[in-house]
Design a protein around this ligand. Structure first.
Ligand code: SF4
Ligand code: SF4
Length: 382
């Protein structure tokens, strides 16, 4: 049955992948940006759970998220949810000696349970398998997977999965041999459909498909006139949600909750009719006009790297793309803080105009001019 032929109730509750045997709501809780105040965070979490958002995605690396989630799950709430957390040594070194061994993974897993103050995790995910090399480390004998398997055997964990930013080709290959995997978290939204086919393949195999960044990390919520003009609509956020709701291969999306309207707004959009397959295709053609390739901008091919001064050239140019070409200054400014580090002298303003990068740029971009632009927008504004 396609989503557009179901009633609202049928659409809202789906299998959380056939392998797990669990059911979930199509909207789940992303617990990365909970309010600082623990009581406020607990109230928000419970509002979401009461509204049906029962799958919870947190991480050892999301600051105090696990602690806040744990506090929200008292008084009977633990039994209502599918609780998932994640960790990997390449995303977060709790100690310098952290590695991808079974022993270290098991230790971090148990720590997460203590932080969450629970006796059982429904899911534990390997956090960001981003390359074939990392994948090999995960599945190697005595590697991360064995650490999680030990916890499963001991009854501490119910199911295993992973999150990824790897190439779709690599992820597709992993799917052919990851019988252990019961859930995968992918990026997917109206500006980024690169995992669409892999998501379909995972769904077909009975793996729960979870979508992160449904609004492009805030991009689609920034009310950009460029995006509104490209799609010919003002209701960008609703359209972005209805687009994902219309993909039968997506089990659930993560709604990052930091205020009550994040919950109510997202659920309202998922109660609206999902986009039909035809509407989805039309929208994809329109948003494709905003791609870097079609705008003739930096494609992140990395041929210009490394910069002798340590600048993340594609990273800074991505920020410029967001700020100038998509007119999303807020998201761009937030991202720039991650990309450019004043202590390491890797801000745009640290470009010495040596010109090495421009000789190698596949897009023949005026990188030095772009660095000056970024410096003016972000470094001088500090
Ligand atoms: S011109 Fe600037 S950005 Fe390019 S390689 Fe030289 S220092 Fe790096
Ligand atoms: S070579 Fe040009 S297009 Fe490729 S990442 Fe560098 S700046 Fe971007």
């Amino acid at each position: 049955m396609s989503p557009d032929s179901m009633n609202v109730e049928q659409r809202q509750w789906v299998d959380f992948g056939k392998r797990s045997g669990l059911k979930c709501h199509r909207v789940s809780i992303g617990a990365m940006r909970l309010p600082d105040d623990e009581d406020e965070a607990a109230r928000l979490m419970r509002q979401a759970i009461d509204a049906g958002m029962i799958y919870i995605d947190t991480s050892r690396g999301y600051g105090a998220s696990e602690i806040k989630v744990g506090k929200s799950l008292k008084e009977g709430y633990r039994e209502k949810v599918i609780l998932s957390t994640k960790w990997s040594p390449w995303n977060q070194k709790v100690e310098e000696t952290d590695d991808a061994s079974a022993a270290c993974t098991y230790k971090r897993l148990v720590e997460s349970m203590e932080r969450l103050d629970v006796e059982h995790l429904d899911f534990y995910q390997v956090w960001s398998i981003n390359s074939y090399e990392q994948y090999r480390q995960v599945i190697a004998k005595g590697g991360m997977l064995d650490g999680i398997r030990r916890a499963v055997d001991e009854g501490l964990v119910g199911h295993m999965g992973f999150t990824t930013h790897d190439t779709p080709e690599n992820v597709s290959n992993y799917l052919d041999e990851t019988d252990w995997c019961e859930a995968i978290l992918f990026t997917y939204n109206i500006l980024n459909q690169k995992y669409q086919e892999v998501i379909a393949k995972a769904h077909e195999k009975g793996i729960a498909t979870i979508v992160m960044n449904p609004l492009g990390g805030g991009l689609l919520a920034e009310n950009s006139p460029v995006i509104r003009n490209a799609i010919g609509r003002d209701d960008v956020v609703a359209l972005a949600h209805r687009y994902l709701a219309g993909d039968p291969n997506v089990d659930t999306i993560l709604c990052g909750i930091s205020k009550p309207s994040d919950i109510t707004g997202t659920l309202e959009n998922f109660a609206k009719p999902p986009l039909t397959a035809e509407e989805r295709k039309t929208l994809e053609k329109l948003t494709d006009l905003l791609s870097k390739e079609n705008m003739g901008f930096c494609t992140r091919c990395n041929y210009c790297m490394p910069c002798p001064n340590g600048l993340d050239i594609p990273g800074i140019l991505h920020v410029v793309y967001l700020e100038r070409l998509l007119e999303c200054p807020k998201v761009a400014g937030d991202l720039y803080k991650w990309v450019a580090n004043p202590d390491k002298r890797t801000r745009a303003t640290d470009c010495t105009e040596c010109g090495e990068c421009e000789d190698k740029c596949t897009q023949k971009l005026s990188i030095m001019e772009e660095m000056k632009y970024a410096a003016g927008k972000f470094d001088e504004a500090e």
